[in-house]
Ligand binder design. Sequence first.
Ligand SMILES: *Cc1c(COP(=O)(O)O)cnc(C)c1O
Length: 436
Amino acid sequence: MTPNTDRNQDLFDRARRTIPGGVNSPVRAFRAVGGTPRFVQRAQGPHFWDANGKRHIDYIGSWGPMILGHGHPAVLEAVQKAALDGFSFGAPTEREVELAEAICQLVPSIEMVRLVSSGTEAAMSALRLARGATGRSKIIKFEGCYHGHADALLVKAGSGLATFGNPTSAGVPPEVVQHTLVLEYNNLAQLEEAFALHGRDLACLMIEPIAGNMNFVRAEPHFMRRCRELCTQHGALLVFDEVMTGFRVGLGGAQAHYAQLLPGFRPDMTVLGKVIGGGMPLAAFGGPRAVMEQLAPLGPVYQAGTLSGNPVATACGLATLAQVRQPGFYEALAAKTTSLMQGLGQAAREAGVPFCADSEGGMFGFFLLPQLPRNYGQVMKTDGAAFNQLFHGLLDRGVYIAPALYEAGFVSAVHTDDDIAQTVQAAREVFATLAR
Ligand SMILES: *Cc1c(COP(=O)(O)O)cnc(C)c1O
């Protein structure tokens, strides 16, 4: 394709004149891998078509929400019907109650829930609530976990454990992150030390139980057990950020998975997003009644939103949940994801390229590494140049994976065996170019 007929490039050039970097969320700009972002024209099922009319097999699915694929007929119908009844009222609606009931039923640790519009907003609000409910200020987060872009969470580890984090963004004053302690994921010794030093001041420990923002890294069961024990012992709330994993790795989210490994396990609070909106701006946070009742208008912790519980978004979320709760949904989804990972693994082995992969439900991660990483530092040991070559090789062949090696991937319920076979074949061709 010659440059002057590349509509993706034309749109990107035009976008950059009025939108910073040409995008409304930075990862879309392809900075990590270079090249021209694909502007999406339309999508159907597991595919989207870019501005040049080229088809791609989509393994991002809007970064997780599109678990049913694009344009699922039942979801589409629910959204169209809801839109006819009105876009937004700023007054309560029946569907908000239905969605809250569905979430409380499907995620047993959640007794009450509040709906918001983005994962960032949900995590930020959960943090405020944890601080308000405990009367404490300090929080623990882990390196490589992403909880949206609230100021207090844009932080990286400081120079030592006794010190608190440093902002990762300009515009975040150091004082705003002075209560945020950043630990290494899966590092038991650091966890013990942090609670020993700061336990009485900790409002909460926030964690992605299966981290999807440093590619795909699981919290090890003994580590998770210790997080639970230490939080209970010190009166801090264990907050699961399941914005990505909720209704993506299984019906009850990652917490249902850990409850199987650790009988009786549950977090105190849960943050949800992505799949619960089915592609519409909708997120939520919930937990025990006693904690949730600290929220305005019942309690002293303020939280609000003009578009919260939006009637079109709740219709989309409810219709999506109605599909995923059908028996066998996650078994079938997990089988597709596993078969994709196995196919890619086989192709890499044939080419002699180091490769390993992990997945749960419809979420996966693969690494150009000989063994699975346990934390962010290990993830970042991936050969970036090789990943970029793989990314662009796949993209040329119509396979769209995340444009950064520290992002997870997603399979939908409508990816077919044929999509997976095409993906594996594309990878086989690209791996052959990577092998030396
Ligand atoms: C995507 C994500 C968020 C942020 O959600 P937004 O809707 O993008 O604000 C927070 N936490 C996790 C784990 C996420 O994956």
